[in-house]
Design a binder for this molecule. Structure first.
Ligand code: SF4
Length: 98
């Protein structure tokens, strides 16, 4: 009998460590009053849950925990709704494999 162990993405991500570059987020959201559907989608598609909608409706990002997958970059950087750069050397995600 084949028994599969299901591991949740959240549990895998918890294994990673993240070195915060205080005051220098590598991704920023362009100021807006009402988010576009594209920008709003980031609150659902970021695998690390970095995007959230504020009580007043804007989309904000907390880059702590970003795994640098580039999904949000593909979706919203071409439209200018976010800026995206890799973290400075030594900062950002520290992947733990295995
Ligand atoms: S690069 Fe990936 S993990 Fe980082 S904020 Fe964008 S979608 Fe989330």
């Amino acid at each position: 009998m084949n028994v599969e162990t299901v591991v949740r993405v959240e549990d895998k991500l918890f294994q990673n460590r993240y070195l915060v570059d205080a005051g220098r987020p590598h991704i920023t959201v362009t100021p807006h009053s009402v988010p576009s559907p594209r920008l709003l989608s980031l609150t659902r598609i970021c695998p690390a849950g970095c995007y959230a909608q504020t009580d007043s409706g804007q989309v904000e990002i907390t880059t702590d925990g970003c795994v640098e997958c580039g999904t949000c970059r593909v979706v919203a950087e071409p439209t200018g709704e976010i800026t995206w750069n890799y973290p400075r050397g030594g900062f950002g995600v520290l992947f733990k494999f295995g």
